[in-house]
Write a new protein. Structure first.
Length: 94
């Protein structure tokens, strides 16, 4: 039984290390971040509101979070680093 546990641990460790090689770099955006960035990049609130009314992706099910992202984009900008800061701030409120 102990040998089985050790083999399982080693297998999981090796798998985890292999996954690191196929993960996107620290500079890439994930799909949900791209959707958030697209919504946050709307130049006017009316454009954002229209997109929220007609859109059909998961981000549209979180209107307060997306509104927060839009406001933060106005304050911090829409660079990747700004999006990361906004995500960090949102995660503290979840």
């Amino acid at each position: 039984m102990r040998q089985f546990q050790l083999n399982s641990f080693v297998s999981i460790l090796v798998f985890s290390l292999l996954v690191l090689f196929v993960m996107p770099s620290h500079q890439s955006l994930w799909i949900d971040e791209i959707s958030t960035a697209r919504l946050a990049g709307k130049p006017r609130f009316s454009d954002w509101l229209h997109e929220m009314r007609v859109g059909h992706v998961s981000e549209h099910q979180m209107p307060l979070s997306m509104a927060f992202a839009w406001v933060m984009a106005r304050l911090l900008g829409t660079s990747e680093r700004s999006e990361e800061h906004t995500s960090e701030l949102q995660s503290h409120h979840d």
